[in-house]
Design a protein. Structure first.
Length: 212
């Protein structure tokens, strides 16, 4: 069987494959999530001033950004689990957190600055952010890759990268409740760098384990 014929055969099974991939991805993430939550509770925990922080719109913005990354990445990864699927027409979903961050940065710029831009950018937790998000992402990344193995993506590296975006977005949601740096500039810089690390790992591993 040549490659084109194989792809046609796999595509014919899409009606049964997509729901299966979605169910397996959900199950795998639910199994992996307690490990990430346990590491979060053990080493980080929710910030002490969380009740007062909830009155800060930029604190809430962090969760909007991280979830607007994780949820669209799940949607796009399920779409690409089909062998004939293309990213065209779906990639814009992954730009949602970029748009939210742009609005938040613009809003912060119009406010009277509570601290200099350099301090808002660097924050106090940049090193913790770069370690914590990738570390908490690892169980979720493993779960996402296991779930997506039940698909038949013709672009395994891209599918792996999306698994990285899913896991980084979910891990960053956990981390956001610990992080005391609420500036959109901090989120745009350090959360993004941590996400890139996980995405690169996901792409590298996905290129191997999601190949069919």
């Amino acid at each position: 069987m040549d490659t084109d014929q194989l792809i046609r055969s796999l595509a014919a099974d899409n009606a049964h494959r997509a729901p299966r991939v979605g169910a397996m991805l959900t199950l795998a993430l639910l199994v992996a999530a307690p490990l990430s939550i346990l590491s979060f509770a053990t080493f980080l925990g929710v910030r002490a001033d969380v009740m007062s922080a909830m009155r800060n719109p930029f604190f809430d913005m962090k969760f909007a950004v991280t979830l607007s990354l994780a949820i669209p990445a799940i949607i796009v990864s399920l779409h690409l689990s089909r062998p004939e699927a293309l990213l065209r027409g779906w990639g814009w979903l992954l730009l949602l957190p970029v748009g939210l961050l742009a609005v938040a940065i613009g809003s912060e710029a119009m406010m009277a600055p509570a601290m200099p831009m350099t301090m808002r950018l660097m924050g106090k937790n940049s090193r913790v952010c770069l370690v914590a998000i990738p570390a908490m992402s690892l169980p979720l990344l493993a779960g996402a890759l296991i779930g997506l193995r039940h698909g038949a993506s013709s672009r395994p590296a891209l599918a792996g990268a999306l698994a990285g975006l899913v896991s980084a977005g979910l891990a960053a949601t956990l981390y956001a409740s610990h992080c005391t740096d609420d500036s959109p500039l901090f989120v745009a810089t350090w959360y993004t760098l941590a996400t890139v690390v996980v995405t690169v790992v996901g792409a590298a591993v996905g290129a191997r384990v999601l190949r069919y």
